[in-house]
Structures are given as C-alpha cells and as structure tokens.
Design a protein around this ligand. Sequence first.
Ligand SMILES: Cc1cc2nc3c(=O)[nH]c(=O)nc-3n(C[C@H](O)[C@H](O)[C@H](O)COP(=O)(O)OP(=O)(O)OC[C@H]3O[C@@H](n4cnc5c(N)ncnc54)[C@H](O)[C@@H]3O)c2cc1C
Length: 261
Amino acid sequence: MSLRIVVCVKYVPDATGDRHFAEDLTVDRDDVDGLLSELDEYAVEQALQIKEAADDAEITVLTVGPEDANDALRKALSMGADKAVHVEDDDLHGTDALGTSLVLAKAIEKTGYDLVVCGMASTDGTMGVLPALLAERLNVPQVTLLSEVSVADGKVTGRRDGDTASEQLEAALPAVVSVTDQSGEARYPSFKGIMAAKKKPVESLDLDDLDIDADEVGLDGAWTKVEDATERPARTAGTIVKDEGEGGKQLAEFLAGQKFI
Ligand SMILES: Cc1cc2nc3c(=O)[nH]c(=O)nc-3n(C[C@H](O)[C@H](O)[C@H](O)COP(=O)(O)OP(=O)(O)OC[C@H]3O[C@@H](n4cnc5c(N)ncnc54)[C@H](O)[C@@H]3O)c2cc1C
C-alpha cells in the first residue's frame, strides 16, 4: 500500500519586504512579494526523507491561499513533492486559524492521507496551532515539534527535544506531525527538479468543492478579530559608546542600568 503523505505549506509575505496592514486590518498581501514559509521547507524535507525510506509513498503539498500561493507549491514540487492541491476562494480573505484548519481538514480528507506533515509555525501568523487544530478536526493523533521523524510498520515515531530532556514519541497512522527547524537542512531544488515541477499536477479547489459555507470562513466567519493596529515606533540608533579607556565601565553601568546584570 502506498504511503500517502500530505504536507501543509503556507505562502507568507517576504519578511524582508515592507509588511503592513490593509484597511480591513488584515495583512496586505497585494503588493508584497511572498514565498513558501521557510519553516515549511523543513516539513517538505522530512516528508521527502520519509518517502525515500519507504517502499512506496506519494507526497501531496497543500496550501490555502491567494493565487500567488501557487509559487509556494511550485517551490515544494521542485524540491521533490509529487503533486499539489491549492484551495483558493475570494471568500477565504481574512480567515483565522480555526477557519484555516476547517478548510485544510476538508481538503486533506478529500485528498486521502496516512500522514500529515506541518511546519512548527508559519513565519507571519506564527501561532503554531494548526497541527493541533487539524488533528482535532481529523480525529487522529498528533505528534508535534519533532526534530527527528520516521515511519515504519504503520506507525510514526520521532524525537522531541526540550530544554532539559528529549522525548521519544510514537503514534499509529493516520496521524498529524509537525517538525522543527532543527530537523535537518532543507534541500535546494535542483535545476532538474525545477523543470520537473512545471509538469507536476496542481489541483485547484474552492469552498464549493469542499462543501464549506462562506460564512464559516473569511473575516465574517473569524472567531478572532484585529480591532486596531498601530505601527511600531521606528528603532532608535541606541546609545553609542566611544571607548576612551572607560568603555568597559560605561558598558557595565549601561547593562546594570537595564538590569541585565
Ligand atoms: C500577523 C497575523 C496575526 C494573526 N493573528 C491571528 C490570531 O490571533 N488568531 C487567529 O485565529 N488567526 C490569526 N491570524 C490568521 C492566521 O495566521 C491564519 O489563519 C493562518 O492560516 C493560521 O495561522 P498561522 O499562520 O499562525 O499558522 P501556524 O499555526 O503557525 O502554522 C503551523 C503550520 O500549519 C500549516 N499552515 C498554516 N497556515 C496554512 C495555510 N494557509 N495553508 C497550508 N498550511 C498552513 C503550515 O504547515 C504551518 O507550518 C493571523 C495572521 C497574521 C498574518
């Protein structure tokens, strides 16, 4: 039986770009470059390693996002994923984490799966809650924040590193896992991979295809609402100390003043 792996990847605004809020207090994604969330590259990498270790496996990358989110899927396909699913619908604008988890869960069930792999968090919303929300909606076990993961004999096993101890965890498939940025360098797409990705299938789905009402998602369906957003004050240059022999003393006084020491 082929192991069906679904990797959830998010398309996020480029952190080096000028990120700001739109009039409706959602993140303005229109004139900002976007890319595959860096933390999701680790999820794609671990899925590829599980596939390479398995007799027979297939990787589907899945995203819920605007048209440009296709770029995130193409990147994951060029790394080596087999096919992609893109859920896109104007009514998804401003969807919160609960709504996103509903859409992802329905798309995962429609696609079919044995293992769902997520990143530890997105690099824009950074909530780190989707894996747990997905496991709840799919009614399957979740094993999160893994630095090492493998699949064998119908089980997923992995290691989670804490501050004081490491845990060895396992769950029967089907299951949801998330992997950390300590799980190993993500591979760069090869030229061959980039060319092959152009021919790989991307299935487009909308809310109707998933039998989801528009009022369950979007700004209207959101359980959380951004009431107000104020620009953070520009960073000041800070205190510059010219060391004329007293530099060490001045630094110690500054650190003591900040209660750092
Ligand atoms: C600045 C900002 C603040 C926000 N604050 C809130 C809030 O307080 N409450 C709230 O409910 N929503 C909030 N949202 C909306 C929320 O970010 C989205 O609903 C998002 O899709 C899920 O949350 P996340 O990005 O934090 O995901 P996380 O829980 O951090 O993501 C974990 C993993 O889930 C998967 N994943 C996440 N989003 C997608 C996607 N769209 N498609 C495919 N896979 C995905 C990826 O594998 C990712 O690594 C906020 C968004 C932004 C940009």
